[in-house]
Each structure stands twice: as structure tokens, then as C-alpha cells.
Design a protein around this ligand. Structure first.
Ligand code: K7E
Ligand code: CUA
Length: 865
């Protein structure tokens, strides 16, 4: 009923929206809708998710990249992908794994001396303060090779990978505690903690599950391995976890799916795992007091050391009342603590219900030591009924939960039914269901697992994309569907195919909480945040040889690499430290040496290193791999590898004098004159900027700094040019003068951008009519011939309204019907002068009026153009 009403009302609403838009666009919208077969609801949904160019999203999502071993970043509501963050897998664009510094991070993930070059990422987690996301760090787990990685949200780069020393797989991580004191990581497939062989017949005795509490330093953003510990647990196949918060802060919750302790054996005639592991009606929710356990772990006598890592044995945890079990329905999956910490919702994959446990009831049972029994390992079991707030029938295959900003409101994914259910965990009532395509795993609310959920949207992370997208072969993309939850009922807005592994969990944060920087302090090793040992400034470039070790200290700046020639002997070990000297935003340079499988991405201010053995002879171009400027292709050099044991016959020297001295002199004079003229333009822009106090405006001041960065390099080049003239080498002098011109063009480019920005800031405010007039002026083609403040292929329009009697009418007529005025003496003289006729651009009456308003605004600000 509700749903019906909602659809109807949005239909009505939609129609009126169309009516307004349509009248403005001459029925254009209706034409598009017809041509593309769109309904009114489609158009509303499009409007809710569309970002015009330059528009930003309200939320940023970090999605696991599944088997790609990466993290995917995208915006909500636009669902536009912004970045793939390399984590457990080499990623060439970012140079991750192809330069020495990122390789050092990737190799922290080696397990027992073996390189692991992929990961199965499942659960990203955002660091928290008082249970709310603080926007500082992102942690993510690798299920296949039990590891956790830390990503810095100041530059979206992976900074640390830690290997779990005792687990052999780990699924139930990463989950931050409410002040990021610890990151929870639960094992999945039980296995011996040590690295020895133990027969499967001794499963119950020697295989173990557990939860590792990784100590986290929220200031440095690093896991402290030495201060971390693992809570030993029975081999029940621990699954997802969550940290308590608010009233349940200090406790952890982890469920399990094989309390049967079944170990399979199809090959010897036993029923398969899937049958044996789902035999019991209930499994166990593990409840542990991590604050008490952390204190216990500080004392040597409470812990066992395995592989150099602290383990708190089960009996020690039990003795200190820090570990309990509660039966939970059959083969559960998600366990999710409510924003206030009082309710813990568990979903059983094989149960149609969600079970809501109540923390105050659990606490009471623990306090009064009211146990229903003990498990075979001596862990106290709390009675399920007495711990439950209640159960709700949701549908088939409930998996995961997210919260919204409405008190008691929870959203649950139904894997088998392919639905999202909205219900209330306090009143235990189902409120709405929305169909998704197909087989939803996790769902992602906006800050939906924090103490402060933001509501608005839910993303359904679907496993299958059958029939949703163009067929791209048997392997389909994943499908993330955005659902609007701001209304009474849910409304599915849009599908986004995700072509990178199978994302499991995603977390979303308000975009305004993130403050990534745009450049590094000059010479930074981005992986450590410290000054790089290879930091090199302009003028310090050098090549150092020591035996067969060749170390290059080089720089990159638009548009050259210094040095440009490197000659080494075959077999030399070459280390190249390169620093990107740019300060300008987004001026990344990439670097590779052909054939040597190395690549780095140098962001402004960054220093990084590549290292390789020059074990093949030949000539190898190296170059910048980012199209960074008009002279990007020239940003190159040669590595020459010669065999010291070989005799090379030198080719005959070709003597080619291409220009006479007089010709060279003429070219030199011309180049110097062009530079003087270009400098005059720069000086006029500088004068304008100074007169108008550019320093008062941060954005403009930053651009001016960038511009002077370039300009400041000119005197050094001028000196070299003049020295060449003195030495009689005009050829060389011309090249240095050309370099000066390059620097001037770059200066002018940024300087003019600064001027435009400044004009916008200090000009009088445009009326709405004037600003639509400007748009019409630009989009209607006027700006093709008329440049404000300048005579171009048409006259300057500054002052156009002063040039004629009854000027507004004159201009209006001229725009609307220019051909009628070609014989007017003034117009005729203009046609002769510019050798062009003002064309009819078919502006409407309104557009023409607005353009006149725009011209008035120009006149008001004539001094600025
Ligand atoms: Cu349900 Cu790994 Cu959280 Cu997949 S997990 S869906
Ligand atoms: Cu630097 Cu291309």
C-alpha cells in the first residue's frame, strides 16, 4: 500500500518537474526521455544521482576489491569511481611494487619468507573516535593470507601490512574498537597455531580458532605488533566480528559456524563439509572482554608465546571471566552492534530470522554467573533465551546489517531472497522490502556501522550481475546498487558495475571528514612520511659510482629529467633516486626505464627509488609516463649499458654544420626578442595581480606561488645563455633562451589562471540574469570571436553599450537579426576591418536580454579586463 502511494506521489511530483524543466528547454527533456525510453521516475532518480561537471559527492565509499587485493574508492550518490588503492597486489599506475619504497611495504606481507602478490580483501574499516569515524585511517583484511593493511587517508596510500603469526586464514576483520585502540581480526578456518604438521584426526586437540587484537596507534596510524595478542578459541570456525561501543565498549563479539567441529572427508566416503558443518541448530556467539584481556596480556605468566606472538589461552580467559559463549541460530554470518552498543544483531544464513541480543541482559547473566553450561573446552555458555531481546522473521538467507539515523532502524541483506529488508530492532517489526539484482552480500549504509549513522542511502553489494549490463564474457562485473532510504519506503536509484574482484564489505564516510593533502614536503618518502634518503634538489643532481654500484640522484620537473644520459657497465647495480620538484597540484611525473620492469609514480614533492641490475646490454630510453605538459614527450633520457669486455668500433663522426654564424645570430636575436615580449605580458599580469591585492585570496596566492616557482628558474638559465654567448657558442645560447621561453610560457599559463580567478573574486556580484547571459555567451558561440578586454577575431565588447544611441535596443537587434544591419555604416566598417560578418546565432529573446545584462556587468567591472 505504502509503496503504491509512494510511486504514485513521485509520479505526480515527477510530472510537474518535467513540466517546469520542459518549458525551459523547449521540450528537449521530453525528446530525450522519448528517445531513450525513460520514465518520469527514471528522470527523478537520474537527477538524484547526477553530478554536473565539477560537482562533488556527499559521501565517499571505500569498498573492498575482493580478489584484486585492492580497495575501490567511489562517491555517493554519483557512484563515480575515484581511485583503486593498491594494497596487497602490485599496481603499476601508482608504481606500487615497481619501486623500492612501495615494494618495501608490499614485502612486509611476505609469509614465512615467501612473496605473496595478491590478497582476498573482505572488510575495510574506518578508524574511530567515540565510535564515530575520524577520517584518518582505513584498515582492511586479507582472508586468504591472514594479514591486515593500513591505508593513510591523507594520501590514500598503503603504509603498513602485518601478517598474523598464528592464523592460517582470517575473515572476521578488520573492525576498530570505538577509540581505535585495537583492530579485531578473527580467524576463519581453524588450524594449528604453530607451523607444524598435525593430523586432522587431532583436530579438536591441536587445531584452534581465535581473535587477534591488533594494538593500534591512532596518531601514527600503525599497528604495534609487539603489543598485540591473540585470544585462543575453540576450533569453531570464527567468522565475522564487531567491537562493542557505548554501553558495551570494552567487549568484542565474534560468531562461528562449525561448532560441530566437523572436518569433512568426501574422498574417504564421509559426507561433505557443508552437511557436517550445518548439522546443529545453533552455533556460538563468542563474547570477550578485550580490555581485561589486554591487561592480562601484559603479564608474561598469562600468555603463551607462539611464533613470537602472545596468546592468551582459553583457560586463562575463562578464569578471569573474560570469555563466554551464547548459542546463536544455525550457521550465522553477520554480527552487528547497534549505534548505542545495547543491541547485537546476528543473522543466520540458514535461519530466516535475525536474532537481537541485548547487552544489559548479557551483562546481568555474566555478573550473576548464571551459566547454562560449559562447552567441551570449559567456556561458560549463557542461556540464549535469557540473552535475547527477540527474533524477527526476515526472509531467506539474512547476512549483514547496517543502521540509519532513525532510532531503531536497521537494514539487513537477504542473500537468497535477493532483498534488502528495513525493520526495527527495538520493536521487532518489518517495515519495508526492496528487491535487488541478485544475491546481495554486504550492504553499506552511510557511516552505517558507526555510533552516528547518517541515513540517506544504502548500497546493496550484489554478487551477481546477470541481465543487468552488457555481456562482457562469462566473468561478469559485480553490481553495486544505490538505494534511497530517505523516504518512507526504499527506492532503488541506480546500478554501478564494479569491474575489479568481488567486493565484500564497503564503508562510507562523509566527504567533508576527509582532508587529503595535494603535495608532499619536498623530498618525502610517501611510504614512511619521512625525508627520503635520495632527496635531491635542483642543482644537486649527480651520478655516484662505487665499484659496480651506480647511484643516480635525479630530479623531474616540467619538462625534463636530470640527468638525461646515464652510461653504466653491463652487470652494474643501478639505483635511481628521483625527486619530483613540482609544487603544483596534480603535476605527477611517472618514470620507467624500458625493458627493466620498473615504474614509479612521483607526486609533487615526492622522492622514490627504483633499483635494478643492468644485466642486458644496449640502449634503453627512459621517460616520464604521465602526459604532464606540452613537452612531455621530450621528458626523456637514455640509459646506455655497455659490455666492458667488448670492443666497440666507433662510427665515423659526421661533421654537419647546418647554419652559418649570421643565421645563428639572427635566430638568437629573434629568440631574445620573443622572450622580452613574453616577459612584458607576464609583467602586466603581475602588475594587475599586485594592484588588486592577490595575496588576500588564498586560492589565487597559491597559483601565484606556482607561477613564481617557474619564473624563479629563469635567472639561472639566463646566466647559462649569456655565458654561451660569451664563449661564442650561439647554438647553445639559443637552446638556453628557448628554455627561458618554456619557463615563461608555464609562468604565463598559471599567471593568467590566477588573474581569471582573481577577477571572479573581486568583480561585483553577477545577477542571475547576467550569469545566464554569460553562459549563453559562451555556449552560444559568441566567445569564439569576442574576447572580453581584448580585440580578437571580433571587437572587444567592453563598453559596447556606450557605443550606440539607444544601445540596448541596438545590441538586441544586432544579436537577434544581424543580417538586417549589415548595411549600417558602423557595422559595415567593422565587417571590413575584421573581414567577418556577425552571424545569427539564433539566440532567444531571453538569452539576448541576459547577454545584455552580462555586458552591463562587464562594463561595471571594465577596469578588471
Ligand atoms: Cu559476508 Cu567476507 Cu563479510 Cu562476503 S563476507 S558477503
Ligand atoms: Cu613529466 Cu611527462
Amino acid at each position: 500500500m505504502d509503496k503504491h502511494f509512494n510511486k504514485l506521489s513521485s509520479l505526480i511530483l515527477g510530472t510537474s518537474l518535467i513540466a517546469t524543466v520542459a518549458s525551459a528547454g523547449d521540450g528537449e527533456l521530453q525528446k530525450v526521455m522519448k528517445a531513450r525510453g525513460l520514465t518520469e521516475n527514471d528522470v527523478i532518480r537520474a537527477a538524484k544521482t547526477y553530478n554536473p561537471t565539477g560537482g562533488r559527492d556527499e559521501f565517499i565509499v571505500f569498498s573492498s576489491g575482493g580478489q584484486s587485493g585492492q580497495v575501490i574508492v567511489y562517491g555517493v550518490p554519483s557512484m563515480r569511481i575515484l581511485k583503486y588503492i593498491a594494497v596487497f597486489t602490485p599496481e603499476p599506475w601508482q608504481g606500487y611494487g615497481f619501486d623500492e619504497d612501495s615494494l618495501a611495504v608490499l614485502r612486509q606481507g611476505n609469509i614465512r619468507g615467501r612473496e605473496i602478490n595478491w590478497g582476498d580483501t573482505h572488510h575495510p574499516a574506518l578508524s574511530e573516535k567515540d565510535g564515530k569515524y575520524d577520517g584518518k585511517w582505513l584498515a582492511i583484511n586479507d582472508k586468504a593470507n591472514p594479514r591486515i593493511a593500513i591505508i593513510d587517508l591523507e594520501d590514500f596510500e598503503t603504509k603498513q601490512i602485518v601478517v598474523n603469526p598464528v592464523f592460517k586464514s582470517a575473515h572476521g576483520g578488520a573492525f576498530y574498537t570505538q577509540n581505535s585502540e585495537y583492530i579485531i581480526e578473527a580467524a576463519q578456518y581453524a588450524a594449528p597455531f604453530d607451523n607444524d604438521y598435525h593430523p586432522i584426526e587431532e583436530y579438536k586437540e591441536t587445531y584452534r580458532g581465535g581473535v587477534t587484537m591488533w594494538k593500534f596507534d591512532n596518531k601514527k596510524g600503525r599497528i604495534q605488533e609487539k603489543e598485540s595478542f591473540t585470544i585462543e578459541m575453540p576450533p569453531y570456525m570464527q567468522d565475522l566480528s564487531d567491537a562493542g561501543k557505548g554501553v558495551s565498549d570494552g567487549w568484542g563479539f565474534t560468531n562461528s559456524f562449525n561448532t560441530e567441529m566437523y572436518t569433512g572427508g568426501i574422498e574417504v566416503g564421509m559426507p561433505p563439509n557443508e552437511a557436517g558443518m550445518s548439522r546443529n541448530d545453533t552455533d556460538f556467539l563468542h563474547i570477550y572482554d578485550w580490555k581485561t584481556l589486554a591487561k592480562l596480556a601484559e603479564d608474561k605468566k598469562n600468555v603463551k608465546i607462539v611464533n613470537g606472538h602472545k596468546i592468551i589461552p582459553m583457560d586463562v580467559a575463562v578464569k578471569h571471566n573474560a570469555l563466554f559463549l551464547i548459542p546463536e541460530p544455525k550457521s550465522p554470518h553477520g554480527v552487528d552492534v547497534s549505534p548505542d552498543g545495547e543491541y547485537i544483531t546476528v543473522c543466520g544464513k540458514l535461519d530466516t530470522h535475525a536474532s537481537v541480543f541485548k547487552w544489559s541482559k548479557i551483562k546481568e547473566l555474566i555478573k550473576n554467573k548464571k551459566y547454562a553450561g560449559k562447552d567441551p573446552y570449559g567456556i561458560p555458555i549463557l542461556d540464549m533465551k535469557s540473552s535475547l531481546h527477540g527474533q524477527v522473521e526476515l526472509g531467506l538467507g539474512p547476512l549483514h546489517n547496517q543502521y540509519s539515523n532513525v532510532d531503531g532502524e536497521i537494514y539487513t541483506s537477504l542473500y537468497v531472497d535477493s532483498q534488502i529488508v528495513k525493520w526495527n530492532y527495538k520493536t521487532l517489526k518489518v517495515l519495508d522490502k526492496e528487491n535487488v539484482h541478485y544475491n546481495v552480500g554486504h550492504l553499506c549504509g552511510m557511516e552505517g556501522k558507526s555510533a552516528d549513522p547518517q541515513g540517506k542511502y544504502i548500497i546493496s553489494l550484489n554478487k551477481l550481475a546477470i541481465d543487468r549490463f552488457q555481456n562482457v564474457g562469462p566473468l561478469h562485473p559485480q553490481n553495486h546498487q544505490l538505494i534511497d532510504i530517505s523516504g518512507k519506503t526504499m527506492d532503488l536509484l541506480v546500478d554501478m558495475p564494479l569491474p575489479l574482484g568481488e567486493p565484500h564489505q564497503a564503508v562510507a564516510i562523509r566527504a567533508e571528514k576527509l582532508h587529503p593533502h595535494v603535495r608532499y614536503p619536498m623530498g618525502t618518502n610517501s611510504k614512511t612520511g619521512e625525508q627520503h634518503i635520495g632527496k635531491t634538489l635542483a642543482g644537486q643532481e649527480k651520478i655516484v659510482r662505487k665499484g659496480n654500484q651506480v647511484t643516480v640522484y635525479g630530479t623531474m620537473v616540467r619538462s625534463h629529467i636530470n640527468p638525461e644520459r646515464i652510461t653504466v657497465n653491463k652487470g652494474d647495480v643501478v639505483t635511481m633516486h628521483l625527486t619530483n620538484l613540482e609544487r603544483a597540484q596534480d603535476e605527477t611525473h611517472g618514470f620507467t626505464v624500458d625493458h627493466y620492469n620498473v615504474h614509479m609514480s612521483l607526486e609533487p614533492g615526492e622522492t622514490s627509488t627504483i633499483k635494478f641490475t643492468a644485466d642486458i646490454e644496449g640502449v634503453f630510453p627512459y621517460y616520464c609516463t604521465e602526459f604532464c605538459s606540452a613537452l612531455h614527450l621530450e621528458m626523456m633520457g637514455y640509459l646506455m649499458v655497455k659490455d666492458p669486455n667488448k670492443k666497440y668500433v666507433s662510427a665515423q663522426k659526421l661533421k654537419m654544420q647546418t647554419m652559418t654564424q649570421a643565421e645563428l645570430k639572427a635566430e638568437y636575436d629573434k629568440t631574445v626578442a620573443v622572450n622580452a615580449a613574453t616577459d612584458a605580458v607576464i609583467q602586466s599580469v603581475v602588475a594587475f595581480l599586485k594592484e588588486n591585492k592577490f595575496g588576500d585570496h588564498k586560492v589565487v596566492a597559491a597559483l601565484v606561488t606556482d607561477a613564481f616557482d617557474q619564473y624563479g628558474q629563469i635567472p639561472a638559465q639566463k646566466k647559462l645563455a649569456d655565458e654561451a654567448v660569451k664563449a661564442g657558442d650561439l647554438e647553445k645560447a639559443i637552446l638556453f633562451e628557448n628554455m627561458i621561453w618554456q619557463l615563461m610560457v608555464k609562468t604565463a599559463d598559471v599567471g593568467i589562471r590566477a588573474k581569471d580567478a582573481l577577477v571572479r573574486l573581486i568583480a561585483t556580484k553577477q545577477s542571475p540574469a547576467a550569469s545566464s547571459g554569460e553562459r549563453a555567451f559562451n555556449e552560444g558561440g559568441c566567445s569564439g570571436c569576442h574576447v572580453i578586454g581584448k580585440v580578437s577575431s571580433g571587437p572587444d565588447l567592453t563598453g559596447a553599450l556606450q557605443r550606440h544611441e539607444n544601445a540596448e535596443k541596438w545590441v538586441r537587434n544586432f544579436i537577434m537579426e544581424p543580417e538586417k544591419m549589415y548595411d549600417d555604416p558602423y557595422v559595415k566598417s567593422m565587417i571590413d576591418y575584421f573581414n567577418l560578418k556577425m552571424p545569427n546565432q539564433h539566440m532567444s529573446e531571453k538569452e539576448t536580454k541576459d547577454i545584455i545584462e552580462y555586458l552591463k556587468w562587464i562594463d561595471e567591472n571594465a577596469n578588471l579586463f
